[in-house]
Write a protein that binds this ligand. Structure first.
Ligand SMILES: Cc1cc2nc3c(=O)[nH]c(=O)nc-3n(C[C@H](O)[C@H](O)[C@H](O)COP(=O)(O)OP(=O)(O)OC[C@H]3O[C@@H](n4cnc5c(N)ncnc54)[C@H](O)[C@@H]3O)c2cc1C
Length: 383
């Protein structure tokens, strides 16, 4: 008998699962808290790796569509010293194995690949409970309910499904980022545009860093990282954009003006994003009829892997369910057996999990990590 798959959350993980199930003719319904696909800007570019995110896209049969979204030239990578000296500069020669796309366009591509009505918008799960025998009830904010024999929590950092499996909750990583955008950068912000180059740029010290990306339409998207406790940020009034900008810029005193311009010349109000993580190696004992994918399972501080892993989780769970018709528990066990060690390893990468080195990586560590990343990719491509 076909299982009725109920997915909570229409992020990249949940949508990828629904798509791979569809490829195998297994129906699924995705319940999403937001009222519509356009409810929130999906912001930002993602590099989709050939050793995880792209494997998911292949399972989903969407590589051609994905190819149409790739922004050419954005795999260039540079590391700058805070004073502006270029420490490392790698052009995009087309062999990087991690093409860049806009998250919003990737999500829309997945939505377009599903039959109409698969995603039920405006359904915020507020409570879940076990009914026994592997069945669960989900209660939504509007009072509606659904009962399912396979519940998948794809509902991100603050998952409502996770408590069915684990008592773990995300903890503050000790670092937050402040996000800015500079539009039409070549013409309006030429020095910052040159510093960022054609792709990604990182400037790093142990407790302050700037990560910036050249996005579509000559937009620069920047994250200023500050290792400070939560109350430090609470003392800054982010509703007063000018004062918050000045306060954050002060923390980068002495940095090259083309780097601080990514704060002071922002065309948008600075947005604070506090970074949380689940304990690295988070896992649970098998509970019949329920599992987690993506950030709900293994939230880590951003290290370039989270969205890729969420998609791979979704694809592998879909493949496991297709490979074990009529035996949901065997499918969930197979999925979790591969997912637990994979996400534990990813959480040890720079910026990931509670286990990170408190001093953080040096620019040289980052360059070494980038080289290791390239080696991993080449190994994966060879095997
Ligand atoms: C600043 C920053 C930069 C990042 N950069 C990168 C990067 O460059 N590359 C990369 O790979 N990863 C990156 N990540 C990580 C990446 O964003 C996440 O790992 C990824 O989005 C996880 O996908 P997901 O589908 O598991 O969860 P999400 O994307 O969080 O999606 C969860 C969905 O569930 C919905 N939802 C939540 N609660 C409920 C509920 N109760 N009921 C119903 N629906 C609900 C949400 O509205 C959302 O649509 C970054 C993260 C941050 C914070």
């Amino acid at each position: 008998m076909a299982v009725d798959v109920t997915i909570i959350g229409a992020g990249l993980g949940g949508l990828m699962l629904a798509r791979v199930l569809r490829v195998h003719g297994i129906p699924a319904t995705v319940y999403e808290a937001e009222p519509s696909p356009a409810a929130r800007s999906q912001g930002g570019m993602l590099d989709i790796h050939d050793y995880n995110g792209q494997l998911a896209l292949k399972s989903a049969g969407l590589m051609d569509e994905f190819g149409g979204l790739v922004l050419e030239g954005r795999q260039a990578m540079r590391f700058l010293a805070p004073g502006g000296t270029v420490l490392f500069d790698k052009a995009d020669d087309g062999t990087g194995g991690r093409p860049e796309v806009l998250r919003g366009e990737l999500r829309q591509m997945l939505l377009d690949s599903l039959p109409p009505g698969t995603v039920r918008w405006g359904h915020k799960a507020v409570r879940v409970r076990s009914l026994g025998g592997g069945r669960h009830e989900v209660v939504f904010a509007d009072g509606g309910t659904v009962v399912t024999s396979l519940l998948v929590g794809a509902d991100g950092a603050w998952s409502r499904v996770r408590p069915l499996l684990s008592a773990a909750t995300p903890r503050y990583t000790g670092k937050s980022v402040v996000e800015t955008y500079l539009f039409d950068a070549g013409a309006r912000h030429p020095a910052a545009a040159r510093a960022v180059g054609g792709g990604a740029m990182i400037a790093h010290t142990p407790d302050r860093d700037i990560f910036a990306h050249r996005e579509k339409d000559d937009t620069l998207h920047a994250y200023m990282g500050l290792t400070e406790p939560e109350d430090w940020f609470a003392a800054i009034d982010f509703t007063d954009a000018a004062a918050a900008t000045a306060r954050i810029a002060r923390e980068f005193d002495g940095w090259a003006p083309e780097l601080t311009a990514l704060i002071t010349d922002s065309d948008t109000a600075p947005v604070l994003r506090r970074l949380y993580a689940l304990p690295a190696g988070h896992r649970w004992d098998r509970v019949p009829g329920v599992t987690l994918i993506g950030d709900a399972a293994h939230l880590a501080a951003p290290n370039g892997e989270g969205a890729n892993l969420a998609m791979l989780d979704g694809a592998e769970l879909g493949e496991a369910l297709a490979a074990h018709p009529g035996d949901t528990e065997a499918a969930l066990s197979a999925y979790e057996r591969a997912m637990f060690p994979r996400s534990a390893e990813a959480a040890t990468l720079e910026g990931g999990g509670h286990g990170s080195d408190s001093d953080g990586p040096t620019p040289h560590d980052l360059i070494a990590a980038f080289s290791r990343h390239e080696e991993t990719r080449q190994d994966a491509t060879r095997s």
